[in-house]
Ligand binder design. Structure first.
Ligand SMILES: [Mn+2]
Length: 141
């Protein structure tokens, strides 16, 4: 199991390769707001654990194992964003909040939240009922 910090790196490397076709150390450093030397260190660690390797012309390449986990981490992040937005969390806070909680939930909880998102998406009336409760509670605050 990757540590939370390893998860952040795998997630960003997966996204960079998906979006740009490659993941440069400087891009990874920027996205994670870390020093490039930290990236070098972590890349070495991820290589040792067989999540990725470095190829001369392609740069960083995720292994099958790294790719599989990367995909799941991106799904988890996107699901949690969707969930917080759905329940009405202030949009400008959503990204940071997800970064804070994503590593601390079990996959069981993630999939159960997935069920709940589906529950609300399946029938817009359910969301209206939730919104009615929220405006009632807001009036009390
Ligand atoms: Mn994330």
């Amino acid at each position: 199991m990757p540590t939370p910090s390893m998860e952040d790196y795998i997630e960003q490397i997966y996204l960079l390769i998906d979006q740009k076709g490659y993941a440069r150390a400087s891009d990874i450093a920027e996205r994670l707001s870390v020093h490039p030397s930290s990236v070098t260190k972590m890349v070495k660690k991820l290589d040792e654990k067989d999540y990725l390797h470095y190829e001369k012309y392609r740069g960083l390449v995720l292994t099958d194992k790294g790719n599989k986990i990367g995909k799941r981490l991106v799904y988890r992040h996107e699901l949690l964003e969707q969930f917080l937005e759905l329940i009405g969390v202030e949009e400008s806070n959503v990204y940071e909040e997800v970064e804070g909680i994503e590593h601390h939930l079990s996959w069981d909880s993630i999939f159960r939240i997935g069920d709940l998102v589906e529950y609300f998406q399946e029938d817009p009336d359910r969301l209206k009922q939730l919104e009615a409760i929220q405006s009632r509670n807001n009036n009390k605050e």
